[in-house]
Design a protein around this ligand. Structure first.
Ligand code: OOG
Ligand code: NI
Length: 447
């Protein structure tokens, strides 16, 4: 093959195509993109240090293209096809999320790039959930849902053909890559025509809204695409002025000097017209909007502290009061890069400065980076959290399910079953961050 399209290029084109399609489908998403871009610009203008830090960490360029989306599928074959499709785009499944703990009958992973260069070019991620039909107690309904799912193919014949060609050749020509992006996009498109009659939809909807969403349509429509903001509190406050009603609480940690993990908020799912079999008209709510602010990835020790404090904080009814309460509860969580580093709470990427380069021979494997940082030889930059938070995800799911908690769908975690459906293991997020930190230390001669 004379010329090939790289995984990074295919992912980039696909994320652009997906964003353009979703803007057409859900105009409010376009409004949200403009709002986020305006706020990000204002933050960068008023904070030149942050601007410079993002430039130094190769983070500014990715900010404007950074999105995550979410989809939900109904059967193992769909999930394993997605694994193969996303592999073409350089995206691997990372982490296992058990949402049944929160009363949502799915378990999930996130497909995303994992290596440094791919992440800094375009960290496109897709939060992917698999419905757990076994959590439907009514046997007849469970079998009906399984039979409906068995009949559908959410992938186009062209997508299947191109994927087979890719796996045989190990690469795509530019034309094949282009065709592949177009064919894959079809799987994520919104379909106004349900595949079932209204009675079937209602029966599944009564069991759980999510089940109707997954089972009753011919594809796995993208249900949101999330841009990354540098100031989520500001975007949340401005959303009503743009005609967008945000969910009440911002999920995740409080606002801090050094942002940690992930803070998210969403706008409510839209009620959209659908046509059931027999041309009966109805509505379905599935698609919504979301924004997020990302901070530093935490080590297992940092994550344990986060989980403890978050649980201690509980939940609130009003955002400002909740944020103030969170800030109080999170006091024990150190809020400076130095303390986060010294206490082993967060991951950092180390780089030599020009004077560090000049003294390379004085740096020994195993050296404590702190004095070298103080001497100006080494820079330590927070490694951005690239994953998701199960408690936040449950909050997002629930706010779009009318806040219903359905205890009957509570089930056991079944990671093994998920990995069997996926056709391979999910990667361990902590290991990926640790490896990124270690690679950077090795480049500096610190390891
Ligand atoms: C996924 C909800 C979770 C996030 O950002 O945590 C999520 C869904 O509703 O399918 O997107
Ligand atoms: Ni999301």
């Amino acid at each position: 093959m004379a010329q090939i399209l790289t995984a990074d290029e295919i992912r980039e084109r696909f994320s652009q195509a997906m964003s353009a399609m979703y803007q057409q489908e859900v105009p409010q998403y376009g409004t949200l993109l403009e709002l986020v871009a305006d706020v990000n610009l204002a933050v960068l203008e008023s904070n030149p240090i942050l601007h410079q830090t993002l430039v130094n960490a190769d983070e500014l360029a990715r900010l404007n293209v950074e999105r995550h989306g979410a989809i939900r599928v109904g059967k193992a074959e769909e999930l394993s096809m997605l694994r193969r499709i996303f592999a073409v785009m350089g995206m691997s499944p990372v982490s296992y999320y058990d949402l049944s703990e929160a009363g949502v009958p799915v378990h999930s992973t996130a497909f995303r790039p994992v290596d440094d260069a791919a992440l800094s070019r375009n960290p496109f991620r897709i939060f992917t959930s698999l419905l757990r039909l076994e959590l439907i107690e009514d046997t007849a309904l469970r079998e009906r849902a399984a039979a409906i799912l068995a009949k559908r193919d959410i992938f186009t014949p062209g997508c299947r053909r191109l994927l087979a060609e890719y796996e045989a050749q190990g690469a795509f020509s530019p034309e094949q890559g282009q065709d592949f992006v177009r064919e894959v996009l079809e799987t994520f498109r919104w379909h106004r025509h349900a595949t079932v009659d209204e009675a079937t939809y209602q029966a599944l909807h009564n069991e759980h809204r999510l089940i109707a969403d997954v089972v009753c349509f011919p594809g796995c429509h993208i249900n949101h695409l999330t841009p990354r903001t540098l100031d989520i509190d500001r975007v949340q406050a401005l959303m009503p002025e743009c005609g967008i009603a945000p969910k009440i609480l911002i999920e995740g940690p409080p606002r801090r000097e050094v942002p940690i993990l992930l803070r998210q908020t969403s706008f409510k799912a839209l009620e959209e017209p659908v046509l059931f079999n027999g041309e009966q008209q109805g509505t379905h709510t599935a698609r919504f909007g979301e924004i997020e602010q990302r901070g530093v990835a935490l080590t297992p020790k940092g994550r344990a502290l986060y989980d403890t404090l978050l649980q201690q904080a509980g939940t609130g009814k009003e955002n400002l009061a909740h944020q103030l309460h969170l800030q109080t509860v999170f006091k024990p969580f150190p809020d400076s890069e130095m303390l986060l580093r010294r206490q082993g709470l967060a991951y950092f990427r180390y780089r030599l400065t020009p004077s560090g380069e000049a003294h390379r021979q004085a740096i020994r494997p195993g050296d404590d980076p702190q004095p070298l940082i103080e001497r100006g030889w080494v820079l330590a930059q927070p490694i951005i959290y690239e994953d998701f938070l199960p408690v936040s995800a449950a909050g997002i799911f629930q706010s779009n399910l009318g806040n219903e908690t359905q205890a009957r769908s509570r089930g056991n975690s079944s990671r093994d079953a998920f990995e069997a459906a996926l056709g391979g293991p999910v990667l361990d997020e902590f290991r990926l961050y640790q490896e990124a930190e270690d690679r950077s230390k090795r480049r500096c001669g610190l390891l």
